[in-house]
Design a protein around this ligand. Sequence first.
Ligand SMILES: *Cc1c(COP(=O)(O)O)cnc(C)c1O
Length: 639
Amino acid sequence: MDQRDRIPIPSLYGIENWGNSYFDINSAGHLLVKPFRSGAGVDLFDVVETLSARRCPTPVMLRFPQILETQIRELHQAFQSAITEFGYGASYQAVFPMKVNHRRDVVDELLRFGSRYGLGLEVGSKAELYVALALPLPEESLLICNGFKDDSFIEMAFWGIETGKRVVVVVEQVREITNLLRMIERTGRVPMIGFRGKLYSKGSGKWEESGGQTSKFGLSSIELIECVRILRERGLERALKMLHFHIGSQITDIRKIKAAVKEASRVYAKMRKMNLEIDYLNVGGGLGIDYDGSKTPSDSSANYTLQEFANDVVYTISDVCQAEDVPAPTIVSESGRALTVYHSVLVTTCENRTDPGLSTRVAAGPMEEEDSPALLELSEIARDITVKNFREYYHDAIQQREELFTLFDLGYLSLENRARGEALFEEICERALRFARQANYQSDEFELLEKALRKKYVANFSVFQSVPDFWSVGLLFPVLPIHRLNEYPSEYGVLVDLTCDSDGTIDSFVDVKEIKEILELHPTTDGGPYYIAICLLGAYQDVMGDYHNLFGTVNEAQVVLDERGQYHVRKIVRGDGVGEMGGIAGYPPADLARGFSARIEAMVRSRRLSEEKAAALLEEYRKRSGEPTYLGQSVDPPR
Ligand SMILES: *Cc1c(COP(=O)(O)O)cnc(C)c1O
């Protein structure tokens, strides 16, 4: 028996470590999503089968808007309880940074749930601001304009003031303040002004370089002083309302956060002492998510909870303000990842189509006297390998295979015999590995073998469209089957996507101790789709995907629970069709149909295609424009 068989299935996938109580397994062995963390859950297998019947097949992105609601509440409550615990003299306000997930479904829901907490928006570009201007923000919530700004950006920010929004224009560079002053002069309106400071403290993790002295953004202390001087010169220092910092996203180590907030608080306090009435201290984003469940400062994790984050931020600011004897500021955070990450899950199918019997059949061919000694030797090794001798026999097999390749290169071996040799070698490897696991024997050599023998599961999705951060920065995401979770997954696999790109592979998986290079999966040759979920895709992944190989967006569905614990599919959005993808690449469907039709006409003219066939073909071509870019469920021919 394999050592791993003793690990219970939920722990095998680490659900209790990374799931934040949003995921569970029911008695049928199906993955559940529990939008309120406790109480009823949504059976994903059931949802996917229902959607499939409604012609919304996998790959499908399932959105759980109620998770957004839960996360907003938890974020707010975490700060509220820290404020109470430390007797903090001011309040907390969250803003949602639009770049994390600018989709309407997400932003609308966030604003709707967030209205009771005064949730505002943070924008970092003209396009984001353009959208934000049209959205219903609650009275007291903030609209924070970050990012590099040209005159037009600043002008649009002023439209926000005209329409009654609480706009904060955050100055990122000294030159922006001159443009800002010009606009103030022209319009006679004064926005709330923020200064983005550059801290000496850096973040940690993948986005470490976003902070620190070398950061792309923010004002150094020299520049801060200069900007204050410029404001004072115009008598506008009362407009300075916010001090903003952002040391990067996914800060994995709480000590970095503490250090940064401490430094930021000190800057705030010293500016207060310069007689500047700054109301808001904005600590930016960075609240980390424990994607791999290890609770460590490793890249895909975070060594703190939401409550610890809130406690440390509130306590640190409070502590510095008391020591400096300045009023406590309203605390603002721009926690985007934390609000959205749990709310969407991609479900798709995967399949290992390699015929497990093929090697065995090829290897089982009879051996003849005249066969090469290397082949005969491999055949004997395959027969005699045991748990006692597997290491030695495996080494012998490697040597014999070398021998076979040499013979083949020299022309002394037929292709059939080479195939038999390779099949025997594969069998030996499989057995050696099984014995190694049985004996709990670990060595670099057998780890490499394990890696080499991972089964390739072809998964119906594109890494570049759906999980871009796995490819670009190696961020890990939890992957697991959504059914058969009461049946031990006996295979060790990796996922290969549909793109013709060797990077389109998911071959590292979350684990508490280390990064796993295999994923435990079930055999898929016994019919029926095999569904897997890639979880925690709600932040950034949702909006940063690209169209590699012209795989477009996947189908989407929103799922909500009612008071009785019954789920409902609220909204279905179809993914891109092949024609739409052509359009995106500069081939409008009408042009394509014209081009295809010209080909057909040429064939008809030269009598290589009949008129009827031509008409039917063109008709089919036109109709197929809505064909999904991903694979459909194929009906298997009988084997
Ligand atoms: C990206 C960004 C955020 C969001 O950070 P998260 O780590 O996702 O919370 C917040 N503020 C600014 C200025 C950003 O650029």
